[in-house]
Design a protein around this ligand. Structure first.
Ligand code: PLP
Length: 402
């Protein structure tokens, strides 16, 4: 039977598609360090788990499509800590930041419209774009300048009558770039000039390093009518499985129209929204310590990778990912080799090949995305596996004489 043309154009996620090989490796008794996926090993705040245990409803009923009112009313207090004026009515609770991205595409764009995006970008965005039948128009950012915003003229050149929005992720997955106030302003002015939207995915807001200041797209009230912010509880409180996020906009039309999609999917998960309310009561020291832990891990992994012959990477400034360029012909083949044909004393590592984090074909073929979501002891083992794995691959597969 024929599947739709649309679904045939979807990719299997490069973050997950090598998972069967990882499972096989585990069956063969090999320990696999997962650097492929942004699943932190950080404990969820204890009051979040307690809130789940204490869920007191006798029926797990459908709730409001816009989300639990108590959660929408609690969130402005969280944003106020960043000096951001967000009201309950600006917030639509979603099933993760993923759904907020989907809603943004569907609300702003018609089929065959275009969304401009710096690449590499969070790879699942291409599936969200495909489902909305939207074309992603890439602007390539480069490792040499830390994946900073490409020149604004590059964006302007790509704007056409079909452009619905520019999409940014800050702090960035996969590059770790944190967009500056100046970069954000340049984009907002451009969006205003061409009457398009700026969508900014800020799910890693707390994770900025080296004392770097985070600038939210919500900090520019004068551009409010053309801004959507995507947010999520997943990474902030290490509660990825709870699937609670938010779409935020001060443009009432955006929220009213996105609500139609929210009504069709009925409501976000209810028990998890209760847990999210509890998460908002988390002491600031939790986020502070988690941020420091990721900064330690970042320093550790960048230092380890830079010592490996032929590996190139820039210093990520935020989130918990980095892009590394490897001395191999094809990073996907190498990633598969690590899982199928290699181990170092019974251990190996899983990484995400980067080619599908780009629209432009061929760019990123030698790159992998690494999520430094493991403790430094495990990261040390993982780096040793990458080092030994590279030597083995270059010798056995590429036929190099090392
Ligand atoms: C940049 C970015 N946005 C959105 C998401 C989706 O997160 P969730 O749906 O768990 O909120 C992720 C997940 O890794 C991400 O990295």
């Amino acid at each position: 039977m024929q599947m739709s043309h649309r679904i045939s154009a979807f990719q299997c996620s490069p973050i997950r598609r090598l998972s069967p090989y990882a499972r096989d490796a585990v069956k063969r008794g090999i320990k696999v360090y997962h650097l492929n996926i942004g699943q932190p090993d950080i404990k969820t705040p204890v009051q979040v788990i307690e809130a789940v245990h204490q869920y007191s409803e006798t029926i797990i009923a459908y709730g409001n499509s816009e989300g639990r009112q108590e959660l929408r009313e609690a969130l402005p207090g969280y944003y106020a800590k960043y000096g951001l004026d967000v009201k309950a009515e600006d917030i639509l609770i979603t099933t993760g930041g993923s759904e907020a991205l989907q809603f943004a595409f569907m609300t702003l764009c018609d089929p065959y419209d275009e969304v401009i995006i710096p690449e590499p970008y969070y790879t699942n965005v291409s599936s969200f774009a495909h489902s909305a039948m939207v074309d992603l128009v890439p602007i390539t950012s480069n490792m040499e300048d830390g994946f900073a915003l490409p020149d604004i003229s590059e964006f302007e050149k790509k704007i056409t009558r079909k452009t619905g929005a520019i999409l940014l992720c800050s702090p960035n997955n996969p590059t770790g770039h944190v967009y500056t106030k100046d970069e954000m302003l340049q984009l907002l002015n451009l969006c205003k000039k061409h009457d398009i939207f700026l969508i900014v995915d800020e799910v890693y807001r707390e994770f900025c390093y080296d004392g770097k200041q985070f600038t939210s797209v919500l900090a520019f009230p004068e551009f409010s009518d053309r801004v959507i912010c995507v947010d999520s509880f997943s990474k902030r409180y290490s509660m990825c499985g709870s699937r609670i996020g938010a779409l935020i906009s001060r443009n009432k039309d955006v929220l009213d129209n996105a609500l139609k999609l929210a009504q069709a999917r009925l409501c976000p998960p209810d028990i998890e929204q209760v847990a999210a309310c509890a998460a908002l009561k988390t002491d600031d020291s939790y986020l502070f310590e988690v941020r420091n832990e990721y900064e330690r891990r970042r320093n550790f992994i960048v230092d380890g990778l830079q010592k490996i012959d032929g590996v190139k990477c820039s210093m990520p400034k935020g989130a918990f990912y980095m892009v590394a360029e490897l001395p191999v012909d094809n990073a996907e083949k190498f990633a598969m080799f690590l899982l199928k044909d290699f181990n170092l004393n019974g251990e190996t590592v899983m990484v995400a090949p980067c080619e599908d984090f780009y629209v432009t074909k061929g760019v990123g073929r030698r790159q992998v995305r690494i999520a430094y979501v493991l403790n430094t002891h495990d990261l040390e083992r993982a780096v040793a596996c990458i080092d030994a794995g590279l030597k083995a691959y270059r010798k056995e597969v590429m036929g190099e004489k090392l």
